[in-house]
Design a protein around this ligand. Structure first.
Ligand code: NAP
Length: 299
């Protein structure tokens, strides 16, 4: 008879935007040796942990977003924890010229790009009726236009001639029309389509395009803003098949698979890493409105 499965076999993580004090490799530590990854939103949350885990597998990274101070602090922590290079660069994914300048700087400083992680996003809970036209537009601009802009610049400047792997960070919000999330759900649904379109068009250039769709992930701004701590204390995660939120290292491990040669024949794929959450979690407008108002009361 098969041994019972260990459901609590979680990788290390820390809830803050710090690096892990210990890390147990699952994959070969050389998996990404001397590769370079460009990670949007790599200075915080899931993006920072993705940067750390890729670096712990031999990769140098660029972490790119708007706040240089935050990025510089994160880059110092990442280099100290992993011994690899990390270049903090300012971009706004809504402005292609800022991406273009950062990609030029990356190629000048690090000489190549093997992996692009489109992780930058903005999100909050808001009923559609209260969402301003501008708020809806801004989320689409950051999440969707930002993913297209960054992919196109990196493709034109490097991937078209050298190949590479793109991993987009999505969400499961649109699968069942999650209440209070029409902005992010619509933006990520567009990105999931973009994953397939670009996989088809860029496959012949040796570019794989895949997506990771996380569920609720602890120790992130998204988790905090979307009421994760309150949902946890209310026992909401007991309705998830795996009975818990995920952690950032688990997301980074899924990205590592999609970004590396471990998935060399995989493209156009949306990989859901949510403990089965979207299949069973409540999509109750009144309950979510309660969480949203208690969150905004705390802000
Ligand atoms: P986070 O820490 O808030 O990360 C978002 C990052 O995006 C920040 O580092 C931010 O940096 C950057 N950013 C925002 N606007 C930008 C812009 N215009 N240009 C460039 N960078 C920009 O959030 P997170 O929770 O870790 O989320 C990371 C990804 O996972 C997102 O794509 C999110 O949708 C997805 N996700 C998260 C969860 C979750 O539970 N946390 C669940 C499902 C999906 P600056 O402020 O410096 O620009």
């Amino acid at each position: 008879m098969a041994e019972p499965q260990r459901v609590r076999d979680l990788p290390e993580d820390v809830d803050t935007d710090d690096c892990m004090t210990s890390y147990t490799h699952i994959y070969s530590p050389d998996l990404l040796k001397d590769q370079v990854a460009f990670i949007t939103g790599g200075g915080t949350g899931i993006g920072l942990r993705i940067a750390e885990v890729l670096m712990r597998h031999g990769c140098d990274t660029v972490i790119a977003s708007r706040n240089l101070e935050k990025l510089t602090e994160a880059a110092k922590k990442l280099m100290a924890a992993t011994g690899r290079r990390c270049l903090p660069l300012t971009i706004d994914v809504r402005q292609p010229q800022t991406i273009s300048a950062a990609v030029d700087e990356t190629l000048k400083e690090l000489g190549r790009i093997d992996i692009l992680i489109n992780n930058a996003a903005g999100n909050f809970l808001c009923p559609a009726i209260s969402l301003s036209f501008n708020a809806f537009k801004t989320v689409l601009e950051i999440d969707t236009l930002g993913t297209f802009n960054t992919s196109k610049v990196v493709y034109e400047k490097w991937f078209k001639d050298h190949g590479g792997a793109i991993v987009n960070i999505s969400a499961t919000l649109g699968y069942r029309g999650q209440a209070l999330q029409v902005h992010a759900g619509s933006a990520k649904a567009a990105n999931d389509a973009m994953t397939k379109h670009l996989a088809v068009e860029w496959g012949p250039s040796g570019v794989r395009v895949n997506t990771l769709a996380p569920g609720p992930i602890s120790g992130t701004e998204g988790f905090h803003r979307l009421g994760g701590n309150i949902a946890d204390s209310m026992g909401a995660f007991s309705s998830i098949p795996l009975q818990r939120a995920g952690n950032k290292t688990e997301m980074a491990h899924s990205v590592l698979f999609l970004a590396s040669r471990a998935s060399s024949y995989v493209t156009g794929h949306i990989m859901v890493a949510d403990g089965g959450s979207w299949l069973t979690s409540a999509n109750d407008v009144s309950m979510l409105l309660g969480i949203a108002s208690s969150q905004s009361a705390k802000l």
